[in-house]
Ligand binder design. Structure first.
Ligand SMILES: [Fe+2]
Length: 322
């Protein structure tokens, strides 16, 4: 692929998305669209904190403050991995210190490849265990592994992880974790309620990841194995990050096949832009994520810049529940 054919689509899609988003941004506190919201979630990804570059922690704190002062209280904050750049103890400490300082509610946090495969000061399993200790200390929980499940107001959240000891960008999900995913989905209660699966890595064939970041998916055989499990159940929302695509709409989707929301064989796939760094194929600047509002018969996904306190009216997805 030539440099020109790579760069031009990125620049064009970014400009179009940026122009359309500027026209629709409205500053406001976080407030659900309707009063009868049942669950209100703030979701960000790829914060990439690095203790050697403290502005990223400050930047995360601004967004968490936005969630803390929401007009409609936020029930939980989700962070879908790449919490740090290198998973070193100092940066992991800085991430959890920032969370504690700015958000004292429920938090559902997943590890990413930069928190496991890219770790330089310890082995992968030591990094996973350090994360577990920090998460439990922060949330007052008792999870034993970095893949875990939790429930908030009757809604199930299942967090996946990389179990490899020698990965770089791609995860391994062993049989115990796949069985865990299946069992947790099977016991998630009523079919008409959404259940959330959080994985840093998107599945292959979703969000146009092969265009946005070639080979930037969960890989095989895990994509197929996870997909087969997800498709057994209704109202599954699979939330990922990793490929750093910006907010994008019809133009990016039709021209490049890159889209933050996909529905494939009944499963809903949502991919997050990078909060801490730049994104491509859509809006470029960081600070962005999604507000997910659950209602009795639908889920509303709304794009927001948590730093500038602005909604992006052009990027809103309504999913009817089955
Ligand atoms: Fe990342």
């Amino acid at each position: 692929m030539s440099l020109t054919s790579t760069i031009i689509p990125i620049i064009v899609s970014a400009l179009v998305a940026a122009m359309s988003s500027f026209t629709s941004m409205v500053p406001a506190r976080i407030e659900a669209k309707e009063d009868d919201v049942l669950l209100n979630l703030s979701v960000v990804s790829d914060t990439h904190l690095d203790e050697k570059f403290s502005p990223l922690a400050w930047f995360l704190g601004i967004g968490l403050n936005d969630m803390s002062r929401a007009k409609t209280p936020v029930d939980a904050v989700l962070v879908t991995g790449d919490l740090t750049n290198y998973g070193d103890e100092g940066s992991i400490d800085e991430f959890f210190d920032t969370m504690e300082k700015h958000w004292d509610g429920k938090a559902i946090i997943a590890m990413g490849n930069h928190d496991i495969g890219h770790v330089e000061d310890k082995e992968a399993e030591e990094a996973r265990q350090y994360f577990v200790e920090k998460y439990n200390a922060y949330q007052g929980t008792n999870i034993e592994k970095s893949y875990y499940s939790t429930e908030i107001d009757g809604y199930k959240f299942i967090v996946l992880t990389d179990q490899s000891d020698d990965s770089w960008d791609h995860p391994d999900l062993f049989r115990d974790q796949l069985d865990f995913l299946d069992a947790e989905l099977a016991s998630s209660g009523s079919d008409d309620k959404p259940v959330f699966v959080i994985s840093h890595w998107p599945l292959a064939g979703t969000h146009g990841e092969e265009i946005a970041w070639d080979d930037g998916d969960m890989g095989e055989p895990y994509t197929t194995q996870v997909q087969q499990i997800l498709e057994k159940y209704e109202n599954v929302f699979f939330i990922s990050g990793h490929i750093h695509i910006g907010l994008n709409g019809n133009f990016t989707s039709e021209k490049y096949g890159v889209s933050y929301y996909d529905r494939i064989n009944g499963v809903n796939y949502l991919n997050l832009p990078s909060y801490g760094l730049f994104s491509r194929f859509g809006t470029v600047l960081g600070g962005k994520g999604y507000q997910i509002e659950v209602y009795d018969d639908e889920v509303v996904i709304r794009a927001r810049n948590f730093v500038t306190h602005k909604w992006f009216g052009n990027y809103e997805t309504v999913v009817e529940l089955d």
